[in-house]
Design a protein around this ligand. Sequence first.
Ligand SMILES: CC(C)(COP(=O)(O)OP(=O)(O)OC[C@H]1O[C@@H](n2cnc3c(N)ncnc32)[C@H](O)[C@@H]1OP(=O)(O)O)[C@@H](O)C(=O)NCCC(=O)NCCS
Length: 149
Amino acid sequence: MQQEIRILPMNETHIPAIAEIERQCFSEPWSEKSLEEELGLQYAVFLTALIDDRVAGYMGTQHLGGCAYVCNVAVSPAFRRRSVASALIAAQIDAARAAGMIEMTLEVRTSNEAARSLYEKFGFFHVGTRPNFYSHPPENAEIYTLTFE
Ligand SMILES: CC(C)(COP(=O)(O)OP(=O)(O)OC[C@H]1O[C@@H](n2cnc3c(N)ncnc32)[C@H](O)[C@@H]1OP(=O)(O)O)[C@@H](O)C(=O)NCCC(=O)NCCS
């Protein structure tokens, strides 16, 4: 049976679990302190996905100059392929539209086929490549944009 995914604004109590997911997912994870700093930013929209009250994933955007810039999206390995990232992106798109943003944009490692497939499924358009954008290991970034109607 599909478990219910609840999407809530990120709060302090979610941060230790989100920082752990960051460490599981990325070579340069966001720290608890950098996540806490986002809570104080008026233009930051950070959302947590809960399943059975456990933190399954999170996604953060910053609304700047009419554009919702995706800072990160990550799902715990224990909760992958259960539409958690899809629920987070859908909620972020709703929030960006409601705030009057005209587009959402992001970068992703060229080799990250799972994430690229996720973004393409949501209609993001590949608009270019940023050479050597990432380190640890060095890699190009692919830039994707979703323009709202
Ligand atoms: C990418 C990631 C966020 C996907 O999270 P998820 O909750 O498992 O994704 P969903 O279940 O919502 O999947 C939605 C779509 O994403 C794509 N997708 C997700 N995982 C995939 C995989 N392992 N291989 C290929 N496509 C994948 C598929 O198109 C999928 O649609 P489908 O289920 O109809 O095939 C997750 O794998 C993750 O946290 N990865 C590590 C962190 C990361 O790379 N973040 C992105 C940084 S830019």
